[in-house]
Design a protein around this ligand. Structure first.
Ligand code: AHM
Ligand code: MG
Length: 340
């Protein structure tokens, strides 16, 4: 069996060969990101041991506070990506402003936006968490990239992906020609192709995924939508399962593999929802569409939104087209009629 495994390195190289004009920059970028993912995987998988190691004196001998994992992940990604000469600027969910490439390193044509450790409030409960990334080609000139390079609509992404640190660590990405998934084999430290050409199943499982604790803060249309899934609104529907991890990468990964609808709507306290357009919604929307699904903010395609600021939030509905279309119609007050 081992003779037939395809490593991530080999896979991205072979994909590059299919694009004769490719410079190799994107391949290098993806490769550097996988190195960061392996380091984060290592720290995440020993997170539960920190106290034990500390008590036996093997850990934090100087009494320094153990670094928070999301800050650690931010630094690991930045340090893995700052010197390759492929990027001109970065931005992270963990940092207010732009992250410029240090003076001593060359810059390149690409822009990286990332959420280093999404769902990090789940770490102590050993729940899956993830790293999300989005890559654009720069649209300005000069040595350093600028805000303008970061504020590009999602349809211009040249690559997007995520790493989920779960029961196993998986990396899923797209460069615009399909979605492919790799599983980390810790014994050899390599990501191996495990999910080629991922498509959201059609019809997918009837699953809706939302934080229902927010029900009373939603618009009427939003409440009707969830009542339709539950079958409790007197408007038909029902027969759905409800699944909500509360960790975006995990909820999305399930949606990608099983089908369904993931939603984080606006509510009366957060008119733009909770999730970030550039670091969360946009990269996952590209993957979702590449896998045959759809992603909207309620009325607009996520990938068509022109970003206005780095940390802007957006409501998000993504998954099987059928359910995203239903959400769109319901939110527009057009009734609940569906095909099945
Ligand atoms: P974070 O970026 O602070 O980690 O928050 C994002 C997380 C997502 O992973 C998840 O989808 C969402 O917050 C859950 O929010 P809630 O607890 O409101 O349901
Ligand atoms: Mg996040």
């Amino acid at each position: 069996m081992d003779r037939y495994v395809v490593t991530l390195g080999r896979f991205i190289l072979e994909q590059e060969r299919e694009h004769p004009g490719a410079t190799g920059a994107l391949t290098n970028l993806l490769y550097d990101l996988t190195q960061a993912a392996k380091l984060i995987h290592r720290e995440v998988s020993k997170a539960g041991l920190v106290d034990i190691l500390g008590k036996t004196g093997k850990g934090n001998v100087h009494g320094e506070e153990v670094q928070k994992l999301d800050e650690y992940a931010h630094e690991v990604v930045f340090n893995a990506m700052d010197h390759g000469g492929n990027l001109c600027v970065m931005a992270s969910e963990e940092e207010e402003g732009l992250l410029q490439i240090p003076e001593q390193f060359p810059t390149g044509d690409y822009v990286l936006l990332f959420d280093p450790l999404d769902g990090s409030s789940n770490i102590d409960a050993n729940i899956s968490i993830g790293t999300i990334f989005s890559i654009h080609k720069r649209c300005t000139e000069g040595r350093d990239g600028s805000l303008e390079d970061c504020l590009q609509p999602g349809h211009r992404q040249v690559a997007a992906g995520y790493v989920m640190y779960g029961s196993s660590t998986v990396l899923v990405y797209t460069t615009g020609s399909g979605v492919h998934g790799f599983t980390l084999d810790p014994s050899i430290g390599e990501f191996l192709l495990s999910h080629p050409e991922i498509r959201i199943p059609e019809p997918g499982k009837r699953i809706y995924s939302v934080n229902e604790g927010n029900f009373s803060t939603w618009s009427t249309g939003q409440q009707q939508l969830v009542e339709w899934f539950r079958g409790t609104g007197g408007n038909g529907g029902g027969g759905f399962s409800h699944r909500y991890v509360g960790s975006l990468v995990a909820d999305f990964h399930r949606t990608l593999l099983y089908g369904g609808l993931f939603l984080y709507p606006a509510d009366n306290r957060n008119p733009d929802g909770k999730l970030r357009l550039l670091y969360e919604a946009s990269p996952l929307a590209l993957i979702c569409e590449q896998a045959g699904g759809r992603a909207i903010d309620g009325s607009r395609e996520i990938l068509a939104i022109e970003p206005e600021s780095l940390h802007q939030r957006t409501p998000l509905y993504m998954g099987n087209r059928e359910w995203v279309d239903l959400a769109e119609r319901t939110l527009a007050g057009e009734g609940m009629a569906v095909g099945r």
